[in-house]
Design a protein around this ligand. Structure first.
Ligand SMILES: NC(=O)c1ccc[n+]([C@@H]2O[C@H](COP(=O)([O-])OP(=O)(O)OC[C@H]3O[C@@H](n4cnc5c(N)ncnc54)[C@H](OP(=O)(O)O)[C@@H]3O)[C@@H](O)[C@H]2O)c1
Length: 291
């Protein structure tokens, strides 16, 4: 059976790893902060000391780290993936990065004889734990086909989209939806509360219309209870809005709302709201509205 290694066992990497273990795969894991591998080890994973050791031990390495800088660090710096290169090694990056960074990372792996695919995903740890992510892939199609059964274990919908950079262009358009939905809901709830109505009524009416969403039907009920247990941290959504705006600039796309949203989320991070769920943008709006 294919040996898999995961580098980055934060919220998403841990859930993907637990699901792969449950599905019967042999898994080795590395995380910069070792304590975050404990749950995986309890469930049968082997912990190793460096990204190089992950590469040596694996046929397929999946990186799930914060951003492009951290992907480059675990890939190309001392004791990184390149140092553990061997015949047949495939690297798949699940982190959300700029399409231009994805192309750069892909090129460097290919130049070093390592097949590389980008596999950004939609959905958080809450669905990853059951293999219910939606996966967008691009880059080396042969490498994607070789490990398609694993990508289909991780995600219940898989889309191969073309050359390197393609998957992240779509992924960024997806995160634009999520950031705007969370803001629109939060502003609606804030307006309703300030007008003296219970937000439950706002949600009941919204969810009776064509304009309801998965977020208004599900997460919104936690939001109005002030429950922001993170599945995707607000600081990471802010990171993605930064990438969305950089990518928009490079594609000559003018996205006025993305620029505004980026500022609102950035202000929330600076005000101490970064470590809660991104839907905690509601708590930030409450704070600035009550001032
Ligand atoms: N959560 C989601 O719903 C979701 C969905 C789709 C995509 N994503 C993307 O998946 C990636 C991980 O997200 P997450 O939610 O799991 O975030 P997270 O819980 O904050 O985990 C971030 C991970 O990146 C590692 N990391 C950060 N900087 C690093 C560096 N310089 N070198 C090595 N490792 C580094 C962290 O290691 P330490 O523990 O040592 O800090 C941790 O393992 C991000 O790119 C995110 O945008 C997340």
């Amino acid at each position: 059976m294919t040996k898999i290694g995961i580098i980055g066992t934060g919220m998403l990497g841990e859930a993907v790893g637990l699901h792969l273990l449950k599905s019967g795969y042999a898994l080795s894991v590395f995380n910069r902060t070792k304590s975050k591998t404990e749950n995986l080890v309890k469930n049968g994973a082997t912990v190793v000391n460096s990204p190089m050791d992950i590469a040596k031990n694996s046929d397929l390495v999946i990186t799930v780290v914060k951003d492009a800088a951290s992907v480059k660090q675990v890939s190309f710096e001392n004791d990184g993936i390149l140092d553990g290169n061997h015949d047949g090694l495939v690297v798949a990056d699940m982190s959300t990065v700029n399409p231009s960074s994805a192309k750069e990372i892909s090129k460097k792996f290919q130049e070093n004889g390592i097949d590389f695919v980008e596999i950004p995903v939609m959905g958080g740890p809450n669905v990853a734990i059951d293999g219910k992510l939606v996966l967008m892939a691009s880059g080396n199609k042969d490498a994607y086909e070789t490990h398609k059964n694993i990508f289909e274990t991780i995600a219940h919908k898989n889309f191969f989209l073309g050359d390197s950079g393609a998957a992240h262009s779509i992924k960024l358009a997806m995160n634009l939806q999520i950031s705007m939905l969370a803001l629109a809901l939060s502003e609606g709830i804030t307006l309703t509360r300030k007008a003296g109505f219970e937000p439950e009524k706002f949600l009941e009416i919204l969810n009776s219309t064509y304009f309801k969403t998965g977020m208004s039907e599900n997460k919104a009920h936690n939001m109005i209870k002030n429950s922001f247990e993170p599945t995707f941290m607000l600081k990471n959504m802010t990171k993605d809005l930064g990438i969305i705006n950089e990518a928009a600039k490079s594609f000559n796309a003018d996205l006025p709302m993305a620029k505004l949203a980026s500022k609102v989320y950035q202000d929330a991070v600076e005000d101490g709201f970064g470590e809660i769920d991104y839907t905690g943008i509601l708590a930030y709006l409450k704070k600035i509205s009550d001032n």
